[in-house]
Write a protein that binds this ligand. Sequence first.
Ligand SMILES: NC(=O)c1ccc[n+]([C@@H]2O[C@H](COP(=O)([O-])OP(=O)(O)OC[C@H]3O[C@@H](n4cnc5c(N)ncnc54)[C@H](OP(=O)(O)O)[C@@H]3O)[C@@H](O)[C@H]2O)c1
Length: 293
Amino acid sequence: MRVVRLRAAGGPEQLAVEEADKPRPGPTEALVRVHAAAITRGELEWPVDRLPATPSYELSGVIEEVGTGVAGVADGDEVFALTPFDRDGVAADYTAVRAELLAPRPRALGHAESAAIPLPALSAWQGLFDHGRLGADERVLIHGAAGNVGGFAVQLARAAGAHVIGTASAANLGSVRELGAHEAIDAATRFEDAVEPVDVVFDTAGGDRLRRSLAVLRAGGRLVSVAAEPPDGGVYFTVEPNRDQLRSLARLVDGGDLRPPPVEVFPLTSAPEAFARSLEPRRRSKVVLAVAA
Ligand SMILES: NC(=O)c1ccc[n+]([C@@H]2O[C@H](COP(=O)([O-])OP(=O)(O)OC[C@H]3O[C@@H](n4cnc5c(N)ncnc54)[C@H](OP(=O)(O)O)[C@@H]3O)[C@@H](O)[C@H]2O)c1
């Protein structure tokens, strides 16, 4: 089978598409025929201590075989997943994944769009609800609301019944409103002067916006960031795989309440070009490798 490998520390120029044996699933694993594998900006910097490494930690595909101890998923299931960052990713024809990470993929989408969901949407879910404890009827300010994580956060917060305020650069304000934000604020302006106190700030942009955010939190409010370490009292977290949350996300997609960002699709054999594209600044789409024909 074909597998993408990062051979040495560096950027897309260190990637190669190689031949390898098809993996065998362990007792708690499923062998997945990968149809699409999504790329996260900057992810080639992560596996520095375990090179050579296979990149891409989000997949959509079809289960081909399950290990002897696996229950709950079966051959032929169409699934999607976020896979752990501390082991090889999924940019290959086949991958063996812990079966407990696999969720039924959204039926309303194709494989490429399904693969574009897990990392940014789980980041948004965990930021808003696990760390931010956002409740219906609460107010949330989302920084970077037009980005991949921010765009999911706007939709999820809206679907949960919150009052949603998003910051974005001026050119993106229309799309923030279209995603469901009640208020969209130009990030170049002083949002502190425009926003009534909020219960949760969810930051995906870092920098100055994050530093100034304590000013808009009401007493007892929560400040959460996926982008950078926040000021005193705030929480930074790293997204984790979660099958139950993926199930909920797929249901929201199939119910028409959640949609993925636009995807740009490259064939697996063009992995270096795809990773180079993912690094281009101000790109709004999610870059996805199409693996199976
Ligand atoms: N900790 C974790 O587990 C985790 C998980 C996922 C993502 N992340 C991090 O969270 C951040 C957002 O991820 P994402 O996938 O949503 O990224 P993205 O799609 O690129 O969106 C980031 C948004 O931030 C704003 N931004 C501000 N300064 C920027 C700059 N210099 N370059 C590009 N965008 C800038 C942009 O919006 P405007 O220009 O409209 O303001 C952009 O839409 C990234 O830093 C990513 O590394 C962390």
